[in-house]
Design a protein around this ligand. Structure first.
Ligand code: AQP
Length: 332
């Protein structure tokens, strides 16, 4: 089976609708006919300051949300990044074939370091995409289901794989991004020109998957729409309405244009009511499964321990091959 790898950072208590529609839903779909590895990337999460207890809790919660969304641990490998030390080891090697200028061009670093104040950002935040490349390449990954914001990092991963292969001999599979056009970028409900993000200035534009249904309904009802009254799918002229149409389309399996056509003679209020209804219907079973999973942390930890074993089986072979190619002496 072709391999899939993807991950999310345990940087908040709840994933949001952008994480879900942009990535997590695709994870569930592709596990049917791929050998999938889904990782809670806690090494990435410490690139910004976080309290140890908070990180532990969020790591479990993030894993539980993968499972609650329908990732099946009997089918897919669900694990925590720090349980497989191969990730950090390969990242070092890849860092040594990455140009400083090349790494400096990563826009996510620029965005995040500006947000936190550039002199306060860590070297870890800067080398983040190199660790991400190691995550992906360790598993001989063919396909990486992610949102649009990860496209540039994926491009770097491909460049590094090709460069390593050219310099040291065929070692890594060169992965392809799997980015679904219609849901690749879910926008902030209050600022539809910015992506929905865990670290948004204000939470009012965010739909968290674990939010109280009343809060979700209110946020959707209060979403910024555009001037005029016509419901039309037009990302340039009507970014707010188009974002809502995109969400509704994704959850009903139609195209945004087809969804828009159903609102002839109706208004923004009708659209918002329908979006709220469909989102809440999607979230109810998710929240229930999450609560059940979190009530049994020992079982969750068993799933993650088994996942780590399986992940390391694959990762250690790739790392050993890469180490040999580079010229490291075998340990014995
Ligand atoms: N708004 C979005 N629309 C579609 N996909 C999205 N993703 C994130 N936001 C959107 C995708 O979710 C996956 C997990 O991302 P991550 O854990 O690496 O976090 P992130 O990209 O850093 O997510 P946030 O919420 O935007 O966090 P901050 O604010 O910290 O940057 C990825 O596949 C991502 O593409």
């Amino acid at each position: 089976l072709p391999r899939v790898f993807s991950g999310m950072q345990p940087t908040s208590d709840s994933l949001h609708l952008g994480n879900y529609l942009g990535a997590l839903r695709q994870w569930v779909a592709v596990q049917e006919d791929h050998d999938a590895f889904y990782c809670v990337v806690d090494l990435h999460a410490i690139t910004v300051e976080v309290a140890p207890d908070v990180l532990r809790q969020r790591t479990r919660r993030t894993a539980a949300q993968y499972l609650a969304a329908g990732v099946d641990p009997d089918r897919s490998t669900v694990f925590v990044q720090s349980h497989a030390p191969e990730h950090a080891q390969l990242a070092w090697v890849l860092g040594c074939i990455t140009g400083f200028g090349e790494a400096s061009r990563m826009t996510q670093f620029k965005d995040k370091s500006v947000r936190g104040g550039s002199d306060r950002s860590s070297v870890g935040l800067f080398t983040y995409p190199i660790l991400q490349a190691a995550d992906i390449l360790l598993y001989g990954t063919h396909l990486v289901p992610v949102g649009e914001d990860q496209r540039q990092h994926l491009e770097l991963t491909r460049d590094l794989a090709q460069r390593f292969n050219a310099r040291f001999g065929e070692t890594f599979v060169v992965p392809e991004p799997y980015i679904l056009g219609s849901t690749a970028k879910i926008m902030d409900l209050q600022d539809p020109t910015a992506k929905m993000s865990k670290s948004a200035q204000s939470a009012t534009g965010l739909v968290d998957l674990l939010d109280d249904p009343k809060v979700v309904a209110k946020r959707i009802r209060s979403a910024v729409t555009d001037t005029g009254r016509e419901v039309r799918f037009d990302r340039e002229e009507k970014p707010g309405v188009s974002n809502l149409l995109g969400i509704l389309a994704a959850l009903t399996g139609a195209t945004p244009e087809a969804v828009a056509a159903g609102y002839e003679g109706k208004g923004y209020g009708d659209l918002k009511a329908d979006v709220a209804e469909v989102v809440l219907a999607e979230l109810a079973p998710f929240q229930q499964r999450f609560t059940e999973l979190l009530a049994d942390p020992a079982e969750l930890d068993r799933v993650l321990a088994a996942g780590a074993l399986r992940a390391r089986e694959v990762a250690s072979v790739t790392l050993a091959r890469a180490s040999d190619r580079v010229g490291f002496l075998p340990a014995g």
